[in-house]
Every structure is written in structure tokens, then in C-alpha cells.
Design a protein around this ligand. Structure first.
Ligand SMILES: [Zn+2]
Length: 593
């Protein structure tokens, strides 16, 4: 099949536009050209064609051809008699995320599915791309290891899987078993002990840790693109690269730095799990419609578990820091009542309308397959270690999935219970029925106990007077606006509604979560308070009976006499059991009032 030849010119980056030309040989009297509605790794209909403008098509005779839209993303071109068609269009890109285009005088990030229209007759045709960028810019893409302006891909799917970054960047070599580079764009905030050199070194250890865990390298080389920008966060995985967005202060604190390591570790791990170990709809893409699967908990849960665990097994973070991250996730899960309504499988399937379309009711109806998925995989790993006396771990499951599916390019089935069971020699129906297909919480407390650790929950002593019980209203607020109401909480029973603007509690001005907390904090469960709110510009006063608040403080502590658990702990976290001491503390008061 004749190739698709694209030319992309970035000549007016200040206008956030790029000009694209596509040349190809049509195969019939009409030819449909289209652009994806979504992209792999991000489960939202984005309709990238929205950003295409000024589309003109001509034949090899230079005469303009009619191009008629037949659906939101597709033009039908009159191609009768043409040996070659030239499609010209401009793209507007001014959304700095890892899955949308961003073009400005400092750089251009071109996300394939948002950039390249393709003829539906040429889905498997080889692709060539010629790039023209401003002087001084460097082009980065995993399609070429050396900087190049001429790129080649085997087909449109491969082109879409290799995002292109062009701009003033710095490239750091990442010392690992295979060629890996870190290409950074954007200034980092000055100061901080965590330097870029250290980042490259730590990243190398994480790359090698992932490789050792799975036992095979799926790429010849790997490229991390890291864009630094304020108020931005995200990552998107590809088969030989990832695009990551993080704040410029990453070197300022240990927490910020480890957060960046975790992000990069996560996207890299997807090169195995997600990009190769994947269900059919995420290996054979239909870009026109949603790719439904009940298995995003595998893709994101397993990856969320290992992104963090690898930081510890590669000795980049302390065991304490690892436990803090686990506990932080646990506290977030416990603050999500939607976990009682939605299973991991349902959360996966409905990602398109729930996780990616959050609204005021999501709190009560949805659980993140990242969050619960990661903790479920952790608890399962601990269960496997306990039941096999550390002879088997979740790594055995990962390797089995790699060998059976990922390495062979075979999609995995929706039901992975048999693979988990064969790899561990254990029956795991309970976990799958109750925590993956069902809505029960992962048994983290029980499993931590088998590692000689105790998971404790309590009220935050800083929030309550001595001897008093903490109370809550059961709302989340932003400023003075109620953003969500917890089902069956005191505010819910009293008829408080998302969107209400809080003005007073018991006649005292209350316009922030802090005001609400201090005014209600001295009261007891069962006390009635009056909450004044504006709703559609009308003042309402709602009597609310306060209730005892859910726990706000979580701790992981070592137990005094761990016995056999001490050996399991050592096998798990690579250091001796810490004895009786508090290892991690998280308070979650700020999540609600
Ligand atoms: Zn992910």
C-alpha cells in the first residue's frame, strides 16, 4: 500500500497553530479521512477534530476536490481519477496536557491522535513525517533515537503511539541496562537538593528494577519526555516513551521529588502492563468510539501498586516513605463512599462516564480503579506472601501475564482469576468475588498484620477537645460553596445541596471550611445546629443534627512481638522489622467538614 506522507510546519507558534499537509494515493472514487475521537490511555471522548481548521483537498492536477463532512470526525473526499491527493489543514493547540496539543513560542507538543488525519483506507500504510520547526528547537520522539526532522512509522497506530515534542530541551542520559533518556522542557525552580543528575540516576535504578521484575525488556530504547509547568500534572504511556507533566518545584521537597519518581515509574511500567499486557479493546483500537473493558483495574491498579513498590525495591525511598504513600492512598479510599456502590470492574467499564467525567455526585457513586486497584493489588501481594510463606509473590502473577499475553502480543481475557491462581498455586476466588467483582474493601489491615504491622484509625486529636467526640456535617466545600454532600451524612439528611453557598452556622458568619470546622468542632454528636445558605440567591436556614465523624487519622505502626511476621516483613521491604514504633501517620480532615 502506498505510504502516507505528512509534512508538519510550525511557523506561527505564537498563534498556537501548526500547518499540516498529507499526501497519499487514493484507492477509490471516494476517500474518507478522519481523526480519532479518543486516545489510548485516556478514556474520554475528546473529539480531536475540533481543533482542525481550514481543510482543503486537491488532486494531482492541482484542482480542488470536494470534501464533505459525513460525521463529526470524518470528511468524504471526491477522489475519482486522482492519482494523488493533497490534504492541507491547520491545527490549533493550546491545551498543555499529555494528551492534547500545545503549541507556543517555547515549544510544540504534538499528540499523534490530535494531529494526524488519516484515510480510513490506509490504516495499515507506512507513514513518513517531515517536520519544520523554529531554529534552535530539538525534535524528540521515540520514532528516532537521534534528533531528526524526518520520521517514519510502520502505520498510523504506531505514529499515534509516538508523540512528538519540539522545543528548547535538555537531554539527560539515564544510566540503565538499555538506552534510556530523559528529555526535559521548561525551567525548574532554582534550589532544592534533588538535582536533575540525581533524577536521572534514580530513574536508571527504577528502569532496571522494572526490567528485573518482569525479566524482559520490550523496547530497544525508551524516552521520558518531562514537561515542567505550574498547576499541571499528568502522564501518558506509550510503548517506547511516555509524556509527563509535573510542577517545576519537584526538587524542593522529598515528597515532591518522590512524587515525580512515582509518576515516571508508573508511565514506564505501562510499557509492560497496559501497552502490551492489555485486553483486546486496548490493543486493537477503534478510534471512533469508546473502548469498553472491565479490566482497567489491571492496567492501572497493578501499575499503581508497582510504580510505588519499585521505588522501594530499587532502594530509592525508605520503607517508611513507602508505607506513608500506602497510608495516604488508604485514607483517600476510606474518604470515598462511592466504593460501596461501584466495583473495580464497574469502575473500569464506566471510566468514560464516571472517572473521566467527575461531577458533584461522583463521590457517592464512584471509586477510582487506580486507588482501590493499587491497594487491592498490594493487599493481594501480602496475602500471597502470607499464604506461601514468601515463596510466591504478586511478581509471579505479573511474569505469568507477561509470558502468556504481553510478550506474545495476545490480548488477555476479561477474567484473569485463573492466571492469578495458576501463578500462585492459591485459590483467590474470595478476592476476585468480593474486592474486584464486588464492592468490599481490600483487606489491608489484616494483611499488614501478617507483616507485623498494625493499621490504626482514630480521630485527629488536634481537631477535638479532650474527651469529646469529633463531629461532622458530611460535605466538601470549596471556599463557601458546597461541592459535594455525603450520602446519609447529617447534611444529606437535612437537605443541604451541592451548590449551596454557606453564610452562617448558628448565626455566626461561616464562609470557609475552617469557619465551619471551628464552629461545629466544639459541639457533640446529636447536637442540632442551624446552617444558613444561599441557594439560587434565596436564603435558607437548615437545621442539621450533627453526627460522629468518620476517622480522620490513620497510622501504620510496628507491633511489639512480630514473631514469624518479622521474616515476612524483611522479605517484603528489604530491611529488618522496625519493632514497636509508629511508621506512618496521615490525617484527612481537610477532605471534608
Ligand atoms: Zn497509568
Amino acid at each position: 500500500m502506498s505510504s502516507l506522507r505528512y509534512a508538519v510546519r510550525i511557523e506561527t507558534p505564537a498563534r498556537h497553530t501548526a500547518e499540516v499537509t498529507l499526501r497519499f494515493a487514493p484507492t477509490g472514487d471516494t476517500t474518507d479521512i478522519t481523526m480519532p475521537s479518543w486516545c489510548p490511555g485516556s478514556y474520554l471522548i475528546r473529539d480531536y477534530v475540533r481543533f482542525v481548521r481550514d481543510l482543503v483537498v486537491s488532486g494531482d492536477d492541482g484542482i480542488q476536490r470536494r470534501a464533505t463532512k459525513i460525521d463529526k470526525a470524518t470528511w468524504r473526499i471526491d477522489s475519482a481519477g486522482a492519482r494523488e491527493l493533497t490534504v492541507r489543514y491547520a491545527l490549533y493547540g493550546h491545551d498543555l496536557t499529555v494528551r492534547t496539543n500545545h503549541i507556543d513560542p517555547s515549544h510544540a507538543f504534538l499528540h499523534g491522535p490530535a494531529t494526524f488525519l488519516y484515510p480510513t483506507t490506509h490504516r495499515t500504510a507506512p507513514v513518513e513525517v517531515e517536520l519544520t520547526v523554529p531554529d534552535g528547537w530539538t525534535v524528540t520522539t521515540a520514532m528516532a533515537w537521534e534528533p531528526a526532522s524526518s520520521l517514519k512509522a510502520a502505520n498510523i497506530d504506531e505514529l499515534y503511539d509516538h508523540p512528538i515534542h519540539a522545543g528548547v530541551t535538555r537531554t539527560l542520559r539515564v544510566p540503565a541496562k538499555v538506552p534510556v533518556r530523559l528529555v526535559m522542557w521548561g525551567d525548574r525552580a532554582p534550589g532544592g537538593v534533588f538535582t536533575e543528575a540525581r533524577l536521572a540516576e534514580d530513574l536508571g535504578a527504577i528502569v532496571d528494577d522494572h526490567i528485573a521484575r518482569v525479566g524482559e525488556v520490550p523496547f530497544e530504547h525508551y524516552t521520558f519526555v518531562l514537561m515542567l509547568a505550574h498547576e499541571a500534572y499528568g502522564g501518558l504511556e506509550h510503548r517506547a516513551s511516555s509524556v509527563n507533566l509535573y510542577h517545576p518545584h519537584f526538587g524542593a521537597t522529598r515528597k515532591a521529588y518522590e512524587g515525580l519518581l512515582e509518576l515516571l515509574s508508573h508511565e514506564l511500567f505501562h510499557a509492560w502492563n497496559g501497552k502490551r499486557i492489555a485486553p483486546r479493546p486496548l490493543l486493537e483500537f477503534d478510534y471512533t468510539r469508546e473502548a469498553y473493558t472491565p479490566c482497567l483495574w489491571v492496567m492501572e491498579g497493578l501499575t499503581s501498586h508497582y510504580d510505588r513498590f519499585a521505588l522501594r525495591t530499587s532502594m530509592r525511598i525508605s520503607a517508611k516513605s513507602f508505607l506513608e504513600k500506602v497510608l495516604d492512598d488508604w485514607a483517600r479510599l476510606m474518604a470515598t463512599p462511592g466504593r460501596a456502590r461501584q466495583s473495580l470492574e464497574a469502575s473500569s467499564f464506566d471510566a468514560w462516564i464516571k472517572l473521566y467525567k467527575p461531577d458533584e455526585s461522583n463521590l457517592n457513586t464512584t471509586v477510582s480503579y487506580y486507588l482501590k486497584g493499587g491497594l487491592t493489588m498490594l493487599a493481594l501481594d501480602l496475602q500471597i506472601r502470607r499464604r506461601t510463606e514468601s515463596a510466591r509473590t504478586l511478581d509471579d502473577v505479573l511474569r505469568a501475564m507477561w509470558q502468556r499475553y504481553g510478550a506474545k502480543g495476545e490480548p488477555h481475557p476479561d477474567n484473569l482469576q485463573p492466571v492469578f491462581e495458576e501463578a500462585t498455586g492459591l485459590s483467590l476466588g474470595d478476592v476476585f468475588d468480593r474486592q474486584i467483582r464486588g464492592t468490599e474493601d481490600p483487606e489491608l489491615g489484616e494483611e499488614l498484620r501478617s507483616m507485623g504491622l498494625e493499621l490504626r484509625t482514630s480521630a485527629d486529636p488536634a481537631q477535638v477537645t479532650d474527651g469529646a467526640a469529633a463531629v461532622w456535617l458530611g460535605v466538601t466545600v470549596a471556599g463557601n460553596k458546597v461541592t459535594a454532600v455525603f450520602d446519609d451524612g447529617p447534611a444529606h439528611a437535612a437537605g443541604v445541596s451541592p451548590g449551596d453557598e454557606v453564610v452562617a452556622l448558628d448565626g455566626f458568619r461561616a464562609t470557609s471550611d475552617g469557619d465551619l470546622r471551628s464552629l461545629s468542632g466544639a459541639r457533640k454528636p446529636g447536637d442540632e445546629i442551624r446552617l444558613a445558605v444561599f441557594r439560587r440567591h434565596r436564603l435558607l436556614e437548615l437545621p442539621i443534627v450533627l453526627a460522629a465523624a468518620p476517622p480522620t487519622r490513620y497510622e501504620i505502626a510496628g507491633i511489639p512481638e512480630p514473631g514469624a511476621a518479622a521474616g515476612r516483613y524483611q522479605a517484603w521491604l528489604g530491611e529488618p522489622h522496625p519493632g514497636a514504633q509508629i511508621l506512618a501517620t496521615v490525617t484527612t480532615t481537610a477532605r471534608w467538614v
